[in-house]
Ligand binder design. Structure first.
Ligand SMILES: *Cc1c(COP(=O)(O)O)cnc(C)c1O
Length: 476
């Protein structure tokens, strides 16, 4: 592609993107294709000769786009959102055009310094104390892996990296049975092993782990000669928003000298609103916290902010500085400048701070707070409306903007199968998109309000679709 074509296609792409966003309500939310439908339309072998951009772009529009699930759709109510606010897309285009690899301060000083400043802006917005500094990771999974490795190293006197785990007592990590699957994977990858992930049962309306059961498990493990290392607390679990009492869990961590990491990947964004901060009360005592501005807040994927109270322990766990990575004229992360790659697992780093900076400036914290407050109140109103239907029940109350429900018409026997059929019918219809989970072993449908482009009318429309689809099932 020469410079003239680059001008042309950049402009055309930007135009396409804006039109795509404008037209989302006319598209189905979930891709309406079967496995193999897309691959079948693509060539089996790569071209030896150059193809025209017109042809490539036409295939993109005709083959690829229909096979995309439209995550920015205003009626996306599945999983959690992965909002890419238009302003963050603009920033991402600039990042992509510059194409810098931002592993060290000197590989792009502005990227490093903007990361520091933006992280601190967000820290202030979240009401976290000044003692927290951070790093932008690619995902909450990476942040949690870094936290689990830090727990492991701290418990092993920083010797695990050198000696491996075989010569030490078993390292034990504690989390609730509502913890995200990224915690299991961190336990696998860190070599600790799933057998050493102790699952604490949850209790009460917030589905938090029982602090007394947590403490008893730690004491029992210590007596058995095992090595308790850390706790992972949930704030807004993925299934139904399970939330631990962070303050009580931090007390246990402190009493037993364990590291505590808080996984607030989704719900953390809501903490820019002071009235929701009770959900993570005590967080200032935690050792680390992760939240994903790429979920609810609107920073184009990926952007996961990982705050730590003591960056030194993260550096002792992850930093490595071979000659070819030394930063000339600086002392590296321990000195005058920060080399953020010393705080993350991959060496190479995208410039993730720019979109967060554009987003916060273009919307202001007030604009973002209004969006989150709207989503929470629309979700609560919808849950009430569904609860008022005699043949539906709410199976988990709204936690922020997430709740779950179940279709339960009188006389129906296999409710799991019926609810699966209802969900399939809704998603095959395509006007809205929902996903499932299990509550008390039963198949239920999750509903979360979180689309950056969504309006109150879209949530009301979802009610109509659910009602219509349920009535349609009855007629079969
Ligand atoms: C989404 C989510 C994760 C995983 O986030 P990634 O950034 O995709 O790794 C972890 N924990 C919770 C509670 C989540 O909602």
């Amino acid at each position: 592609m020469d410079s003239k074509d680059f001008h042309h296609w950049s402009a055309r792409t930007a135009e396409w993107g804006a039109n795509y966003r404008d037209g989302l309500r006319e598209r189905p939310v979930r891709a309406q294709v079967r496995p193999g439908d897309i691959a079948r339309q693509l060539g089996d072998t790569p071209p030896d000769t150059a193809e025209a951009m017109e042809a490539i772009f036409a295939d993109f529009e005709n083959i690829i786009v229909p096979g995309m699930t439209n995550w920015q759709h205003p009626r996306f109510f599945a999983y959690f959102p992965a909002n890419a606010a238009p302003v963050s897309v603009v920033a991402e285009y600039l990042v992509s055009a510059i194409g810098a690899q931002c592993m060290l301060w000197q590989t792009s000083p502005a990227a490093t310094e903007l990361e520091t400043v933006t992280l601190d802006w967000l820290r202030q917005a979240l009401g976290l104390p000044e003692t927290f500094t951070g790093v932008i990771q690619d995902s909450a999974s990476s942040a949690t892996l870094a936290a689990v490795l830090t727990m492991r190293e701290r418990a092993l006197g920083w010797q695990g990296k050198q000696s491996g785990l075989a010569v030490h007592p078993a390292v034990r990590i504690y989390a609730s049975d509502q913890a995200h699957s990224s915690i299991d994977r961190a336990i696998w990858i860190s070599g600790i092993g799933e057998d050493n992930l102790v699952r604490i049962p949850v209790t009460g309306p917030t589905h938090g782990m029982d602090p007394a059961a947590l403490e008893a498990a730690i004491v029992r493990d210590r007596q058995a000669g095992l090595l308790p290392a850390g706790i992972i607390a949930n704030v807004g679990g993925t299934s139904i928003g399970a939330t631990d009492d962070v303050s009580a869990v931090c007390d246990v961590a402190r009493t037993h000298d364990l590291y505590i990491h808080v996984d607030a990947a989704w719900a953390g964004s809501a903490m820019i609103c002071p009235e929701f901060r009770h959900f993570w009360a005590g967080v200032e005592q935690a050792d680390s916290v992760v939240l994903n501005p790429h979920k609810w807040l609107g920073a184009q994927f990926d952007c996961s902010t990982h705050y730590v109270r003591d960056p030194e322990s993260l550096l002792k766990t992850l930093a490595i500085r071979p000659e070819y990575l030394k930063t000339s004229g600086s002392a590296g992360d321990s000195g005058a400048v920060i080399d953020y790659s010393e705080r993350s697992i991959p060496l190479g780093r995208r410039f993730r701070a720019l979109k967060l900076w554009f987003l916060i400036r273009a919307h202001g914290l007030d604009g973002l707070r209004t969006m989150i407050r709207n989503h929470v109140s629309w979700a609560e109103a919808l849950a009430e409306r569904i609860a008022a239907e005699p043949d539906f029940e709410i199976t988990s109350q709204p936690m922020l903007s997430l709740f779950s429900f179940r279709y339960k018409p009188a006389g129906a026997d296999d409710l799991d199968a019926l609810n699966q059929r209802l969900l399939d019918a809704i998603n095959d219809d395509g006007r809205i998109y929902l996903t499932q989970t299990r509550v008390g072993g039963e198949f239920v449908t999750r509903f979360q309000v979180g689309s950056f482009a969504g309006e109150q009318a879209d949530v009301a429309f979802a009610f109509d679709v659910i009602r219509e689809m349920a009535d349609g099932l009855g007629a079969d």
